[in-house]
Design a binder for this molecule. Structure first.
Ligand SMILES: NC(=O)c1ccc[n+]([C@@H]2O[C@H](COP(=O)([O-])OP(=O)(O)OC[C@H]3O[C@@H](n4cnc5c(N)ncnc54)[C@H](OP(=O)(O)O)[C@@H]3O)[C@@H](O)[C@H]2O)c1
Length: 249
């Protein structure tokens, strides 16, 4: 069915949304860094991108910068339940389903430090954004992802959260990403056959978080998340992926 025909069908059935042939993808933290680049690459591939951001002005400016008809901004604080519900309502009204959720938003606190010294408050707030945010978004958006028929959740994690290469320092961030990987494993098992769920590591990337000395440009950092959203086999699920390859947890 063509998009035009689908639009007519939607209008005839009174639905406000249209399920076009291009995949519908939500990206959290889409206003800068890896998230913005993910949105750019997705738009270039013709996806319907919902670029979400904590700060409305920064998010709208980022969407305008991409200047693509298929990119729409919607505000989202991943730690705020009402904000997550608002996003769900928007996606449901606009598209009726969701093909991929890319949980990219994350923080790396300046007050992070060694496990024996870091303030628990810093661990808690990092966990809220990096772990509970993605978990909550997955809980709320999974009904829409199930309607896709080929839904995907991509959790942007980090090698710093890999138990197989765990080291000291930056304890809040490491704990939050190790736990995010657990979220991936749990949801992949629970959604087996319905929605593919994977963690990915972008590598060390030149962003505000990664700093100017990082090894990778944003394009490379974003590439595997875009691949997992659009190209990876639907059977790839419950894995930790970097550069399109499965890596140890
Ligand atoms: N850069 C690296 O080397 C590297 C390495 C491994 C993994 N990662 C992961 O990759 C992801 C993106 O990192 P990045 O380097 O692009 O970081 P970044 O440049 O610091 O950008 C972080 C993004 O997350 C958003 N954000 C923070 N808290 C949020 C909240 N409560 N709700 C919604 N959005 C929120 C920020 O919004 P504001 O602009 O409003 O603050 C910003 O858009 C993160 O999950 C990070 O842990 C990065």
């Amino acid at each position: 069915m063509t998009t035009k025909a689908k639009t007519k069908t939607a209008a005839a059935t009174g639905k406000t949304g249209v399920s076009g042939p291009s995949p519908v993808v939500v990206v959290t933290g889409g206003n800068r860094g890896i998230g913005f680049e993910i949105c750019r690459q997705l738009a270039q591939r013709g996806a319907q991108v919902i670029l979400t951001a904590l700060q409305a002005q920064a998010g709208q400016e980022a969407a305008n910068k991409l200047a693509a008809k298929t990119v729409q901004f919607h505000p989202l604080d991943v730690t705020n339940a009402a904000s997550v519900d608002g996003l769900r309502g928007f996606v449901e009204r606009t598209f009726g389903h969701l093909d991929a959720l890319i949980n990219n938003a994350g923080i790396f606190s300046k007050e992070d430090g060694p496990g024996l010294e870091v303030k628990l408050e810093v661990v808690r707030s990092t966990f809220e954004t990096n772990t509970l945010g993605p978990l909550h978004l997955a809980q709320v958006l999974t009904p829409l992802l199930k309607r896709s028929g080929a839904g995907r959740i991509i959790n942007v994690s980090s090698g710093m959260g890999a138990l197989s290469e765990m080291q000291g320092g930056y304890a809040a961030y490491r704990i939050s990403k190790a736990a995010l990987n657990a979220v991936t494993g749990i949801l992949a098992a629970e959604l087996s056959g319905a929605v593919a769920v994977n963690s990915m590591c972008p590598g060390w990337v030149k962003t505000d978080m990664g700093g100017p000395n990082a090894e990778r440009e944003v394009a490379q950092g974003a590439d595997t998340a875009v691949w997992l959203a659009l190209d990876a086999p639907q059977t790839l699920t419950g894995k930790f992926v970097r550069d399109h390859k499965v890596i140890p947890w």
